[in-house]
Design a binder for this molecule. Structure first.
Ligand SMILES: CCCCCCCC/C=C\CCCCCCCC(=O)SCCNC(=O)CCNC(=O)[C@H](O)C(C)(C)COP(=O)(O)OP(=O)(O)OC[C@H]1O[C@@H](n2cnc3c(N)ncnc32)[C@H](O)[C@@H]1OP(=O)(O)O
Ligand SMILES: Cc1cc2nc3c(=O)[nH]c(=O)nc-3n(C[C@H](O)[C@H](O)[C@H](O)COP(=O)(O)OP(=O)(O)OC[C@H]3O[C@@H](n4cnc5c(N)ncnc54)[C@H](O)[C@@H]3O)c2cc1C
Length: 666
């Protein structure tokens, strides 16, 4: 996307055998999405106000103030340029700095939309859209995050005043972690146990004002602050994750989000026909967006590692010629190309998940709740799978860049630090896999009952075949047949689920059995989620994809993704009898040959992400590949190099050196 200067990767770019511009559109999702993304990315990159290369040098206070400045300036630009919601979201994305706005737009607004009544939406949403109030999502407490039903904050109805009294009865009931809470939010959707007439009705959401809209001071009864520094420098420390305590704070009754459950003026609790699980709806929404985010973070790391692998040369010079580009080593390819393929795979499964979410939302509006469990299982499982894979992949990309990957200017350390909490927030990844496993066990247990599994578990309706089928691959080329690959993944996933179900049935107490077998259950959930990713990639390839060579590249990547998983999880495939050792070795042979096909296209495949150098934030990943002079010049800009002799020389170095001199003379 960058222009000008010598292109050290030009030769690489000439090697590619497909239309990169068309691939850019496939990656973006549509021509429209590409144009918006391209325009907004350039806007951010060309505005010095969005500079981010100094983040690691700032103290926490400076860093945070700088984030506030950027967010305010971004809001000003959004207004001035009359950006659409889509463009504004892209602007925040390319600014590339976690901020309170993520939670305001990403959770506070969706929580009101999903759980508020029409009337509540009409009252609160316009204020939130204009940012006249800023909100956060205050669910997690010091004592409980995963166990939402274990939250301790209370909201007790007072029929005399028609109010709820929000209270933090214990230290562990303090809200702890919500982003945007510590220093910014004026309001929160706070989750608390609803108590009416002494009866506990479980956890619900309440809109609570936290700070004065005049002077930003906390309102009476509210104690609020930041929870302190987090992993890495810069990184997620731009966010004010907060602590919050309520001391009998009173809010009007109509500030309980009442789409699921209503409390009347008389103190009657009325359950609507909307299922209770809708209270968790905001999490379903965010988990879905996190899958798309995973493909962004992963593609970014892969872009850096791929470009640098083509620039970096090590060993293998023949007769004084150039040394080997490290990207030509098969080991480098076998570590890097599966990550490249995963970036595309996660992109497409993210697109599908967005469709699924839109579909379930439309059904919910029409009071059809039948697909909610499926939406929960898919968002939870794919969030877990893609974030775990991406976190590991960013670290792998750092190692793929050798020593220079460890420099902050590679962009990889900060990306890693900012990304890894995705494995924890919005649901710990193991806890989420166990949710998928519960869903799978339920589906398996109903197989004999005549109830047809649908959606992501539709393959289970072919249980009889899948439990005993044998893989038909006999030659290396057979592993390029989508049906052969899909069937192997389906059989593996089903057999692992069925094995768990059989083992569970040996326990007289199912909950005890579930706890005892939870490690196996999590593995079965992973197998199921990997199948979803593979099958959505295969489905994508059934679409009409224009552009010379584009579809063929995607086919190659689809098989790289599937066959590398098959290789990595050979144990599962072999032990469930889905494939034979001979077939596993044929698959691996095919994989090696696919790497050779990816090789000449690798640079173009990462160019298709269309990232600006500003967004990448990496000397190693520069578009023009001009790595060494930039690294060299950048080093001199470090504040440590401001003086030739360091501060502290006279106090701490000289005395040591002089001491040694005296000793030497003795
Ligand atoms: C270099 C710069 C780069 C910048 C990049 C910037 C990018 C920014 C990107 C992104 C911004 C994101 C910023 C971070 C945001 C983080 C926010 C948060 O973390 S908010 C807190 C999340 N908290 C959790 O997720 C708790 C996890 N726990 C739970 O979800 C539940 O409690 C769970 C699933 C563990 C259930 O616990 P149980 O066992 O006590 O369940 P019971 O409450 O009794 O409900 C059980 C029934 O409900 C269903 N269920 C559970 N969850 C459901 C759901 N979500 N939807 C539908 N059904 C659900 C289950 O399937 C089950 O159904 P049946 O009874 O079997 O039919
Ligand atoms: C950067 C960041 C931002 C966040 N932002 C917000 C926010 O905006 N709003 C908000 O409300 N919260 C937020 N959170 C909180 C986050 O949602 C929780 O930390 C998360 O849900 C995990 O819960 P926990 O901390 O209780 O982990 P725990 O549940 O205590 O996990 C600890 C360990 O126990 C294991 N474990 C727990 N339960 C089980 C089980 N049943 N079976 C097997 N193993 C189990 C886990 O796998 C994990 O290994 C944020 C967290 C972070 C790190």
């Amino acid at each position: 996307m960058e222009g000008g200067g010598v292109d050290h990767l030009a030769e690489e770019r000439q090697k590619s055998r497909f239309d990169v511009d068309e691939m850019k559109i496939v990656w973006a999702g549509s021509r429209h999405a590409f144009e918006v993304s391209d325009r907004v990315a350039r806007l951010v990159a060309s505005d010095p106000a969005f500079r981010k290369d100094n983040r690691n040098l700032l103290s926490r206070k400076e860093l945070f103030k700088n984030t506030l400045r950027k967010a305010a300036y971004a809001w000003k630009r959004i207004m001035e340029l009359r950006l659409t919601e889509e463009e504004a979201a892209k602007l925040r994305f390319f600014i590339d700095e976690p901020a309170y706005t993520d939670l305001h737009w990403g959770m506070f607004v969706p929580a009101i939309k999903g759980q508020g009544t029409e009337e509540q939406q009409q009252k609160w949403l316009p204020l939130a859209y204009k940012m006249q109030i800023i909100g956060c999502y205050a669910q997690t407490e010091l004592g409980h995050g995963s166990n939402v039903q274990g939250l301790e904050t209370t909201a007790t109805f007072d029929p005399q005043t028609d109010e709820f009294i929000i209270n933090s009865p214990t230290l562990t009931s303090s809200k702890w972690w919500p982003g945007g809470l510590g220093k910014v939010s004026t309001h929160a959707v706070a989750y608390a146990r609803l108590i009416v007439n002494g009866q506990d009705h479980g956890v619900h959401g309440f809109i609570v004002q936290l700070r004065s809209l005049d002077d930003h001071m906390p309102l009476p009864g509210i104690t609020v602050g930041d929870i302190g520094m987090k992993f890495g420098s810069g990184a997620y420390n731009t966010m004010d994750n907060g602590v919050l305590r309520f001391d009998h704070v009173r809010i009007p009754r109509n500030q309980m989000l009442m789409r699921v459950l209503q409390v009347t003026r008389e103190g009657k609790v009325v359950q609507s026909d909307v299922p209770r699980q809708l209270i968790y709806g905001t999490m379903v929404y965010v988990r879905q967006t996190i899958v798309s985010d995973a493909s962004s973070a992963l593609s970014r790391a892969v872009c850096i590692a791929t470009r640098y692998s083509a620039v970096r040369r090590q060993f293998g010079s023949q007769k004084g010629g150039p040394e080997t580009q490290v990207i030509d080593y098969k080991t480098q390819q076998s570590r890097l190309f599966p990550l490249l393929a995963s970036a595309y795979a996660f992109r497409f499964v993210g697109e599908w998940l967005k469709w699924l979410y839109t579909d379930v939302t439309q059904r919910l509006q029409a009071n059809d709740f039948s697909t909610l469990p499926e939406a929960h299982a898919c968002t939870a499982g794919l969030k877990s799978l893609t974030t775990s894979a991406t976190a590991d992949a960013i670290e792998e990309c750092r190692k793929l860049c050798g020593g220079h990957g460890y420099l902050t200017s590679s962009g990889l350390p900060e990306l890693f630090a900012v990304y890894i909490p995705a494995c924890t927030y919005e649901g710990d990844n193991t806890v989420l896999l166990l949710q998928v496993a519960r869903f799978l066990m339920k589906t398996v247990s109903q197989l004999g009952s005549g109830k047809q599994p649908v959606g992501s578990t539709a393959y289970m309706s072919r249980a009889e075949h899948l439990m005993q089928c044998r893989c038909s691959a006999q030659r290396v080329e057979d592993w390029l047949k989508p049906d052969v690959v899909l069937e192997a993944f389906e059989a593996r996933a089903l057999r692992m689920s069925v094995a768990c179900a059989q083992n569970l049935s040996k326990f007289s107490n199912p909950e005890e059995g579930f706890a005892e077998l939870s490690a196996d259950l999590a593995e079965a959930a992973i197998a199921h989620c990997q199948l979803i990713v593979v099958s959505k990639f295969v489905e994508k390839l059934q679409q009409d994809i224009p552009g010379q060579g584009v579809k063929q590249q995607l086919q190659t990547l689809c098989f790289v993704y599937s066959l590398h998983l098959l290789h990595k999880h050979q144990g599962d495939f072999l032990s469930t009898g889905c494939i034979t050792p001979k077939q596993a070795s044929l698959a691996n042979e095919q994989l090696r040959s696919l790497y050779s096909q990816v090789r000449p296209n690798a640079i173009a495949l990462v160019d298709a992400f269309n990232y600006t150098d500003h967004y990448l934030g990496s000397v190693l990943g520069r578009y023009d590949g001009n790595v060494y002079p930039t690294l060299y010049e950048d080093a001199w800009k470090d504040p440590l190099n401001d003086s030739v002799v360091p501060d502290g020389y006279h106090e701490y170095l000289r005395p040591v050196l002089k001491q040694q001199l005296r000793n030497a003379r003795l």
